[in-house]
Unconditional design. Structure first.
Lengths: 247, 247
């Protein structure tokens, strides 16, 4: 099922917390790997112009791996209710299934913990501090890659551990991309329940200034490993409505 | 000729302003297009630890197009004397030669004007404002693509108009890249002496948090159009000394 907010919609009725409601999402098996992404468009309408000039229209979709459809996949994502001011995507590391641990538990709890930190003054709009706090609060066994973005005053702040990703498209051209970090092939940097693990200090931290009309694509490696960037640009450019793109 | 500062060198003896001294640079004809780049490595040594924890060791090189060797090419670059706190690369648009205008004039004056603005309190460490001021002060006929970076407190701020570029490499992996913006193939966004042109408002603005040991590659499209990113990563990874990499 697609959850989409049409441009220039400006406020989401509530937090969309997939990690808490995996049953809300169905699958499409066109793509064989797990595949979740968020698609956001910056617009110049805002519920509170005094607070910020731009807001985001958000569409989102989750396509679990065909073998993981019943459980809702192992990805989790969250979009805060204030026009996508905070967005997080986490991807549970599937190797934990070999140890009879559900890889979805860690990613879902991690994302839930990010959501509970939104608005905390100590976070101070810093996505890396959101990762730090959420990781510390997560007690599930497992590990996950994660990307967190915070949008404020026209600037998108991003912190990423591992191979979740984000792209920004402007006027039919890609103007920004995150990059994955991995120890070796198919072993990305990850937050974990284990003592020896990456932390928020290992996050790649960056920002990009957005303009009205920019499109942001966030997702797990299931998206970016299966679709070339130029295909993403093409789809986004030919669909100027968020809801059309995500479905 | 290579100008290189070995890691962990911490201060340059003076501003390296290629735009004012093009004769200082010779060419190597391995690469057939114009090809200039800067290679910087973040280190934890600094002349004034109280001011910033990290500084940059800088190496630089210019390889003009073989047909432009005698005039020193049409690129220009500048590195401020305070450990590369401000770095700029500009690339004169060669099409002006068809109008009997030397394409190097605009890029060199633009870069010189950036250098004269370094330290101006109104710039406030903002690379976009550096572009704004330098463009306004440039009276030469012509146009140029340009990228400006400002490094302070561990954060690299970047503003780019057109197809000059910047890469950051960490532990053998690319973690950050700028992207070119163009109107159509081979016609990049550019600052110009013409009234109808791009301005600082068209710059792609981004930041990336650096860690000690990161390597930054900045250059004109002559570098990035001729060398794949994975080749750049390979060269940088196998040469941990800035001077080895740039020669």
């Amino acid at each position: 099922m697609a959850i989409s907010i049409l441009r220039p919609s400006i406020s989401l009725p509530q937090h969309f917390l997939n990690s808490m409601n995996p049953q809300k999402f169905s699958s499409i098996s066109v793509i064989t790997k797990k595949h979740s992404f968020l698609h956001c468009v910056a617009s110049d309408s805002a519920p509170s112009p005094s607070r910020q000039e731009m807001s985001l229209s958000v569409g989102m979709y989750l396509i679990p791996h065909p073998n993981k459809v019943e459980k809702g996949g192992e990805d989790a994502f969250f979009v805060s209710s204030d026009n996508g001011e905070v967005i997080v995507v986490a991807d549970g590391v599937s190797g934990w299934a070999e140890k009879n641990v559900d890889p979805a538990l860690f990613s879902r709890e991690l994302v839930a913990n990010v959501s509970s930190l939104v608005g905390n003054v100590e976070v101070n709009d810093d996505p890396r501090i959101l990762i730090k706090g959420a990781h510390a609060a997560t007690s599930s066994i497992g590990s996950a890659t994660v990307i967190v973005s915070v949008f404020k005053n026209g600037i998108l702040k991003i912190a990423s551990v591992g191979d979740c990703g984000l792209r920004v498209i402007r006027k039919g051209q890609m103007i920004f991309s995150t990059f994955p970090l991995e120890h070796y092939f198919d072993c990305p940097y990850q937050l974990s329940s284990e003592a020896v693990t990456q932390t928020y200090l290992d996050a790649i931290v960056s920002t990009v200034n957005l303009q009205v009309g920019d499109t942001i694509i966030m997702g797990s490696d299931g998206l970016f490993d299966n679709i070339f960037d130029q295909e993403i640009v093409s789809v986004v450019t030919t669909n100027d409505d968020v809801s059309n793109t995500v479905v």
